[in-house]
Ligand binder design. Structure first.
Ligand SMILES: [Zn+2]
Length: 332
């Protein structure tokens, strides 16, 4: 090669090398997220045996411990009372504390404040404390977090504020939600496929769940930046189900690739975003980014569409016995 050509080639090659190295070293932004898991001991507890709940819990907790993810699990104590299984179900719940995690209250009966009256709702809050308080005390911890079932916080401002004041007097902090990819809706069809040992459909559901999660994260991260100028410490809503027990590690991989670090709920709540005005009231519970946007008169648009194939599979299933969809709108 002639000297000039050699030189040009060398410059060209080094440019390529520089740009490749650069594109490889572009780090994702530093993001923080708290993981919360609702409907303990299990979303589908009414149709599961205590042994199945224990097995599912052990699998879920193994990943959470191994990856050192701080988690608060929110309990529906009503799910503990199945004839002949109460002790075993309480033990499954206690596994969370033994593994170093924290428990919060999610009402006794997964009660919607938008459907129940104020008195019934408050009763469900108090009744939902009994066992959890006891277990926490044994671990030298206090009950300090509350999560509204369905994220329903009241259909009018007065009810909403009354309940918030009531919860404060009982020592609770509310646990908001900013990220929610409706894992409960995928979990129902996943359970069905697993029962039928249909591994192809299970894999299809897991892929759809992770894709929908990624689309939802894109949407909420952008909404964060557009609305408040930065991405707050996010709080994600997940549920105690077989889908998460089997695949939560893949969700964590996805989050890490996006630059997320895992933090406690207490740390997340220290973000000033959670002190922003929120006057949202409505028939449907919704996430807090949406609430802040609506409060500012800028209802968000462009949320990702729930995968129609999964919705169709879900519709084809018989309604679960005595179960209620856990968190989020009743229909995907
Ligand atoms: Zn729930």
């Amino acid at each position: 090669m002639k000297p000039l050509l050699t030189l040009l080639f060398a410059v060209f090659a080094s440019c390529i090398a520089w740009s490749t190295a650069n594109s490889q070293t572009i780090a994702p932004p530093d993001r923080q997220i708290d993981i919360t898991v609702d409907d303990l001991p299990a979303g589908a507890a009414n149709s599961m045996s205590a042994a199945a709940i224990t097995e599912m819990t052990a699998k879920l907790l193994a990943t959470l411990r191994q990856q050192q993810i701080p988690v608060v699990g929110f309990v529906n104590e009503g799910k503990l009372y199945k004839w002949g299984e109460v002790d075993e179900r309480i033990k499954a719940l206690n596994m969370w504390l033994d593994a170093g995690f924290e428990l919060g209250n999610h009402t006794f009966g997964h009660t919607s404040l938008n459907k129940a009256g104020l008195k019934d709702f408050e009763e469900s809050v108090v009744r939902g404390e009994t066992v959890t308080r006891l277990l926490l005390a044994q671990h030298k911890m206090k009950l300090r977090y509350f999560r509204h079932p369905y994220l329903d916080t009241g259909r009018d401002v007065e009810t909403r504020r009354d309940v918030e004041a009531f919860l404060v007097t009982r020592g609770y902090r509310l646990a908001p939600v900013t990220l929610d990819a409706w894992d409960w809706a995928f979990a129902r069809v996943y359970d069905d496929a697993k029962k039928r040992a249909d591994t192809a459909v299970q894999q299809e559901i897991v892929s759809a769940y992770l894709s929908y999660s990624a689309a939802m994260f894109d949407h909420e991260e952008k909404l964060s930046r557009d609305l408040i100028g930065y991405e707050p410490k996010q709080i994600i809503l997940l549920h105690a189900n077989q889908l998460e027990a089997d695949h939560i590690g893949e969700l964590f991989d996805l989050l890490r690739k996006r630059g997320y670090r895992f933090i406690t709920l207490e740390d997340a709540l220290s973000d000033q975003a959670y002190g922003m005005p929120d006057t949202y009231i409505g028939e449907e519970g919704t996430g807090w980014l949406e609430r802040w946007a609506i409060t500012r008169g800028r209802p968000p648009v462009g949320a990702p569409v729930f995968p129609p194939a999964i919705a169709q599979r879900s519709k084809a299933l018989p309604p679960p016995p005595g179960e209620t969809p856990a968190g989020g709108p009743a229909n995907p």
